[in-house]
Design a protein around this ligand. Sequence first.
Ligand SMILES: NC(=O)c1ccc[n+]([C@@H]2O[C@H](COP(=O)([O-])OP(=O)(O)OC[C@H]3O[C@@H](n4cnc5c(N)ncnc54)[C@H](OP(=O)(O)O)[C@@H]3O)[C@@H](O)[C@H]2O)c1
Length: 390
Amino acid sequence: MNDFDYMKLALELAKKGCGFVSPNPMVGAVIVKDGRMIGSGYHEKYGSYHAERNALASCTESPAGATMYVTLEPCCHHGKQPPCVDAILEAGISRVVVGCGDPNPLVAGKGINILRKNGVLVTEHVLEEECRKLNEVFFHFIQTKHPYVVMKYAMTLDGKIATYTGASKWITSETARAHVHTQRHRYRAIMAGVGTVLADNPLLTCRMEGGRNPIRIICDTRLRTPLDSQIVQTAREVPTILATGCEEKENHLPFEKAGCQILVVPQENGHLNLSILMQLLGEQGIDSVLLEGGATLNWSALQSGIVQKVQAYIAPKLFGGEQAKSPIGGLGFPTPSDGVLLKNVTVQPLKTTKNDVSVTFSNSAQITETDLLTDFFIEGEVDNHVHRNH
Ligand SMILES: NC(=O)c1ccc[n+]([C@@H]2O[C@H](COP(=O)([O-])OP(=O)(O)OC[C@H]3O[C@@H](n4cnc5c(N)ncnc54)[C@H](OP(=O)(O)O)[C@@H]3O)[C@@H](O)[C@H]2O)c1
């Protein structure tokens, strides 16, 4: 096992904190002595011990003289927990291998400097790209103070999110829909427009086993959300923010009584100003938003430049129909070169393995239902640089 192998282990551990540590980063640590792993740990929950302290506490023998592999630069400031560099020095760790630096201005290289000044050998940039990618939300939030926004939608291969009658249940397979719930667990909040609430009366909760519900945010300029909608009716159990342009306190009262938080946001062209909304959500410590809007909100979000990533679930189906909606509405961009470009795109087949029944066609070709139900999950980052140039 070399430095890269141990850092990979630390990365795998860090991922276990997904959904539980925000707005903190996911961090994993492994401690190795004489070629044996003697301890490991990760940041498990917001406010609890950091990965380094958990790894030290798990050591099966003295960590003095050992090497610690940690995915993010150890902290050197007092937050909810005391500085990790202190624990590393007290334990007598002689070498620290760091995945990537911590962009938090309170750390930003200072943690590594303290270790070096105290005689610890530090190796940096091991699997740096992977370590940064793991914490893309944390990096974005700490640098911009705005949440990382992921626009998610499900569509057919001909780009429809419903049939021409408006029917949309279901476009993708159960496997793809279960995958959506892992994303609702992963990001801190979920956001939709009042149009989706009126059309679908959704719950917008996380139905993944052991998952955590995202904070629900409804963009509703004139408070049209029905009081008897599932969102309002469950607002006591699941944190819910109604973002509105309506300033009249008496209109807020019934929603507040039902457990909703009202967030008044300035308007722009008759709708909410989404950039200001992101600023206000950031001030509440919301580091990430899964945007599950309809076509109207999706277009506004793209236009206002708040979207960092796009996630599309694509089903091998064709709905056709000029009136059938597509995921992004509005006027659209005038020329292909004006379009929003995605970078670092990944494609993942989501196969349905259940009911693996074979189907026989008249030409006697054998195909399995598994083949029929392979949806694709495509994820890509918005190339803001190109977008802004147009
Ligand atoms: N397949 C999928 O992935 C998927 C996901 C979600 C929804 N859908 C479908 O989409 C349909 C609903 O579409 P929709 O376009 O009406 O829903 P939407 O985009 O969720 O909601 C649109 C509404 O949001 C409000 N809003 C507040 N601030 C806004 C802003 N800055 N920009 C734009 N809108 C803002 C507007 O009303 P006010 O200004 O009056 O508040 C607007 O009418 C449903 O049929 C649903 O099934 C499909």
